[in-house]
Design a protein around this ligand. Structure first.
Ligand code: N2P
Length: 363
């Protein structure tokens, strides 16, 4: 972003804070990431209308914010690498914590885990956190791999023989270079953030071996496809897989979905709420974020989306089924195996993205 555009953004937000804002907030969030009545209830409580758009990949959000003038007031980047990169590019507004009285409800441990990405927690408000693992259809996987098959390792997704057997009932992967590299490199016991030529070559080779057996690379469709029995196994975000499980249970067609954190380990990510530097309604943005920090509001969201939130005060309000689900709050031994992604240099990022594009097209 040029200095001129930055100054323009600042001038614009100053001009806007001087005037009263329209009673509107433009929110850009991950799909399937709020409860059914969250937005309606916010409007009821504040009189502020919510214009709500969704995405299913950090890159989509980042591209829009880098271009400038997105029109969004509240966005939800994963802290690392996306939130960190956005704030380094000066694309996020420093929060006015005086306008976030509910901020005190946040878990201090999560806040301190974020300070390396966001010094003094100035820009990123932790929202939900979770893991990236494997979702599968218990009966279909047994049918394909045999009654004694155990799904507890990334190896099933990278085994040409197993994936050939699973192909007809459907295998999907996230369309996310960071996650895709992490899964392969965790299985190999290597650094998930590596951009070394040898590691990139290994990852490419691992995908080449199973590429013909993969139905699609996409990051949200697998929820419904798992729930409807149209997919056998998916690399996915824990809460999304658990939403698939819940949707399947509701329609009672005998589809039984399970989520597993592979024994080799998995990525743990923290998604955050942030305000773009050129947000047209920064005051309303603060109100919206403060609303999400209300223990009752965020507990209702966690109960609906099956993701752990960052709000200590909401713990006692969670459904016991959510609080006690090891796929949502992993036990310490599993937690110890979770890994953190980090920001790459532009050159390393380019190498990985180029490899990932080739992997997906199978060329
Ligand atoms: C919500 C997926 C968010 C998890 N559907 C990825 N950070």
């Amino acid at each position: 972003m040029s200095t001129a555009r930055l100054l323009m953004g600042i001038a614009l937000s100053l001009a806007l804070t001087a005037h009263a804002e329209d009673a509107q907030v433009n929110v850009y969030n991950w799909s399937d990431y709020v409860a059914e009545t969250t937005l309606k209830d916010f409007t009821k409580a504040t009189g502020i209308k919510v214009v709500y758009d969704v995405y299913d990949a950090n890159e989509v959000l980042e591209t829009k914010l880098l271009a400038g003038g997105s029109g969004y007031d509240v966005v939800f980047p994963s802290a690392r690498p996306n939130g960190e990169r956005l704030l380094k590019a000066k694309l996020l507004l420093a929060l006015d914590k005086k306008r976030l009285p509910n901020y005190a409800n946040l878990d201090p441990a999560i806040l301190s885990a974020l300070v390396d990405a966001d010094p003094a927690n100035k820009h990123l408000v932790p929202y939900m956190w979770g893991t990236t693992g494997i979702g599968y259809n218990v009966d279909k996987v047994k049918k394909a791999l045999g009654p004694n098959a155990v799904i507890d390792s990334w190896s099933v997704l990278f085994d040409p023989v197993a994936t050939a057997k699973l192909k007809s009932c459907g295998i999907s992967f996230l369309d996310d270079e960071i996650e895709a590299f992490a899964a392969a490199l965790i299985l190999k016991g290597r650094d998930i953030n590596s951009a070394a030529a040898a590691d990139i070559a290994t990852v490419a080779q691992m995908y080449a071996g199973v590429r013909p057996n993969i139905k699609y690379f996409q990051s949200s469709q697998y929820i419904n496809d798992l729930a409807n029995g149209d997919l056998c196994i998916a690399m996915g975000y824990n809460g999304d897989v658990l939403q698939a499980r819940d949707r399947a249970r509701e329609v009672k067609r005998g589809v039984n979905i399970r989520y597993v954190i592979p024994r080799e380990g998995a990525v743990r990510w923290i998604d955050t709420a942030a305000i773009p530097i050129d947000a047209p309604h920064p005051n309303n943005a603060h109100q919206f974020i403060n609303y999400l920090l209300d223990p009752k509001v965020i507990a209702a969201i966690s109960n609906h989306v099956s993701y752990a939130n960052a709000n200590s005060a909401s713990k006692s309000l969670l459904d016991p089924a959510v609080r006690n689900d090891p796929g949502i709050y992993p036990p310490p031994a599993v937690e110890a195996k979770l890994k953190t992604t980090r920001v790459h240099s532009a050159a390393d990022k380019r190498l990985r993205v180029r490899a990932w594009t080739k992997i997906k097209t199978g060329r």
